[in-house]
Write a protein that binds this ligand. Sequence first.
Ligand code: DNO
Ligand code: MN
Length: 357
Amino acid sequence: MKMTFRWYGPETDPITLENIRQIPGTSGIMGAMDWIPVGEVWSEDEISSYVHKVNEAGLECEVIESVNVHEDIKLGKPSRDTYITNYCKTLENLAGHGVKVVVYNFMPVFDWLRTELFHRNEDGSTCLYYDHEELEGLTPQDIVKSTLDSSAFPLPGWEPERLADLDEVMAQYTDMTPDQLRDNYRYFLEGIVPTCEKVSIRMAVHPDDPAWDIFGIPRIVHSDSDLQKVVDLVDSPANSLCVCAGSLGSNPDNDVPAIFTKYGDMGRIAAAHVRNVKFLGHKKFKEAAHLSSDGSLDMYAIMKAIHDHCPDVYIRPDHGRMIWGEMGRPGYPLYDRALGITYLNGLWEAIDKASTR
Ligand code: DNO
Ligand code: MN
């Protein structure tokens, strides 16, 4: 296992590489270069200077999260071939600088979504919160607006410029069936997997978050049977998963340790996000601290499944709460994610020592 920390880069992340290096037991980052418009090739120069900075700080940069997939690929438009060619070029350039895993998602239009970014807990901390009933009364534009009103940072994938033509983009999905979306997904994977195999990059798809459809748009990566279909689309270790405990775990029907066990045994998990959620009702949850007793997931069982079935995976804590007065990017503060790492590393040490006795 290699423990990592998501970092947004020198321009937009208030957290420094030095901060990250001081978190005990953290080998590197899952790096983002979100300033490059989706669909464009990530140049050698830009990658090299980014990776260099990370390495100079004493950290590894073996995972990128995310290289986003252009909407035309998801929609199956003729222009997808150009975007797939660009994606392959980006993968080659990343591999040339030591990147081994690329996390991405195949969620139409949006990335993860919450109805409240600063939900107040009894102890005075705040956390991310989701209530499907509330969402049903809202439009995507309402979400973008309330996000920008409450935070200096947009949610990933919810950047205002990307959402300028939102109605038009969403309209193109209204008649799309899950199988049609999956066909477009297969076309994308068939286009990139040969390059991945050539340059030794493993793609790791992040599940839909929350683990159900939103705004009537099809989503195809949020259950065990969905994941099985994904790995079957192209049968190669280059087509792997990033199992996110909190995203899949938002639906109590998903047995997260069993998912780690099954796809770990198949050799199809390249990355893992390990965080907790607390169920508050039907399609209603908040993001708890990482600790098992704070939420609804059994973090020991999750780490044990990783330890026993996919021990070589890159792990990171996922969203954290805002504590100790920190006011950062929603979901991506320093303090609570650092506590998460320390807790996960503690579980790992205990599991590892118990298993080798
Ligand atoms: C949610 C987050 C996601 C994830 C992207 C990957 O749990 O981890 O924002 O980073 O979907 O593309
Ligand atoms: Mn995640």
